[in-house]
Design a protein around this ligand. Structure first.
Ligand SMILES: CSC[C@H]1O[C@@H](n2cnc3c(O)ncnc32)[C@H](O)[C@@H]1O
Ligand SMILES: [Zn+2]
Length: 428
């Protein structure tokens, strides 16, 4: 059904950073018109859903640019430890127990959480990624998916799975990238191979890059260069490349990333929680690097709430650089919307603009924690929380409204997750 949102405060995230007051007409999944007042002809009025937006803020759907949705069932499974201990001693062994069915329900759980907190698209790397793709199809959210790749005896099997994902699931709502996990789990030869394949399949790459000091030190020991230089040399930057983390990048790395159009995904909570530090985002942006924002997974964050992630992203950089005027609310919101779409080479979402996909979030502007409102963008970034989300709309479909998910049976999902929790508690 087409939708007319009336009298809303519209944060466009367009190039002019316009904030408007007015109406948005959604037709056939696209933003058909934005105007101060849109009157529908009488014969059309009954077939259009009208949403009174007087007390609503409309913004582009948030894009979680780095997560592992299939890992949501490992929320609170391993906390308060450094990355390598967390990953190699706790997470990798636990992941051995995750069946296809578990990854499906885990993905549903993650998607439900994201829809409830205003996310309309997410970029993901995991195994059994076909199950995440099925959960994406079932719920109506959008995603850029990748099968995580590593070097071991199953390396070529995983590449085959990526090809299958591309053939079976690529659509208007799903893009498939190659997902080399990191420079410490992939051989140099695999990185080179992935670079060639991504070009052959005309797609992109997502990788964990320069996340910890350990990663950088071992990279220098093994290859005598930084992880960024290694990826560049392997050809990974000759295609669309999304680099998650980039905590330990120096000026030369940043220069390479800017020149090669490599996008960074800033995951402040995960970086803080795993004790890795903070990414020099302000320096990257000042050098022309495109930066988006991600939550990483519920096993390292421990939530998939992009509203919270935007808030922390802004505060952390201000504090670290001791510059309160950097990464202002407008910039942060752009990172979580337009910049994220740009990172994956997607040019029809991330902005509220005529002709673009109707991927829109409506926030309640009259909730107690959102008042008063001298600046709606500030209130979104610094004050909002998921309880303020009124509706999450993807391609013009209302997937969440007024506390109800329309494509997820929440009660059944809760039951499934509790039984998975029981099984994992017994088995691990
Ligand atoms: C091989 S599928 C993806 C793989 O990545 C793991 N993972 C999740 N978060 C992180 C992180 O912050 N750094 C490195 N690896 C991470 C996840 O557990 C999967 O095994
Ligand atoms: Zn990650």
């Amino acid at each position: 059904m087409d939708i007319l949102i009336k009298n809303a405060t519209i944060i466009t995230c367009n190039a002019q950073n316009e904030v408007l007051k007015g109406d948005i007409l959604i037709r056939s999944g696209k933003i058909a018109r934005i105007a101060e007042n849109i009157d529908l002809p009488v014969y059309e009025a009954s077939s259009v859903k009208i949403i009174e937006g007087k007390n609503l803020i409309a913004l582009p759907g948030l894009i979680n640019a780095h997560t592992h949705c299939g890992q949501t069932v490992l929320r609170s499974f391993a906390d308060d430890m450094p990355l390598y201990e967390w990953l190699f001693e706790k997470i990798f062994p636990a992941e051995e127990k995750l069946t296809k069915e578990i990854v499906y329900f885990s993905s549903l759980l993650g998607i439900a959480e994201m829809l409830k907190s205003g996310t309309t698209m997410f970029y993901d790397m995991y195994f059994h990624e076909d199950m995440t793709a099925k959960a994406v199809q079932a719920t109506g959210i959008k995603a850029v998916l990748s099968r995580g790749l590593q070097t071991d005896e199953k390396e070529s099997l995983r590449l085959d799975e990526t090809r299958e994902l591309i053939y079976n699931y690529s659509s208007d709502r799903i893009k498939v990238f190659f997902g080399p996990h990191s420079i410490y789990t992939c051989s140099y030869e695999l990185l080179e191979k992935v670079a060639r394949l991504a070009q052959e399949f005309k797609t992109g790459v997502m990788i964990h890059l320069s996340e910890s000091e350990n990663e950088v030190n071992t990279c220098y020991e093994r290859y005598d260069m930084s992880p960024v230089k290694l990826c560049n040399q392997a050809g990974l930057f000759d295609t669309v490349c999304i680099a998650a983390h980039c905590v330990y990048v120096d000026d030369e790395d940043i220069e390479i990333m800017a020149e090669k159009d490599v996008s960074c995904v800033y995951n402040p909570t995960s970086n803080l929680k795993l004790g890795n530090g903070f990414a020099p985002v302000y320096s990257m942006i000042s050098s022309g690097v495109n930066v988006a924002i991600g939550t990483d997974s519920a096993a390292s964050n421990n939530n998939l709430n992009m509203l919270e992630e935007m808030h922390i992203a802004s505060l952390l950089e201000k504090g670290v650089y001791r510059l309160p005027d950097i990464l202002n609310a407008r910039q942060i919101l752009k990172m979580a919307t337009a910049n994220a779409a740009m990172a994956a080479g997607i040019n029809n979402t991330g902005v509220i603009q005529e002709g673009f996909c109707a991927d829109i979030v409506l926030l309640k502007a009259d909730d107690i924690n959102m008042l008063p409102c001298y600046n709606p963008v500030s209130n979104v970034v610094y004050s909002s929380n998921p309880s303020n989300v009124y509706a999450t709309i993807v391609d013009g479909q209302i997937l969440y409204m007024d506390g109800k998910l329309f494509t997820v049976d929440e009660e059944a999902l809760v039951k499934e997750i509790k039984s998975i929790e029981k099984y994992l508690k017994e088995g691990i």
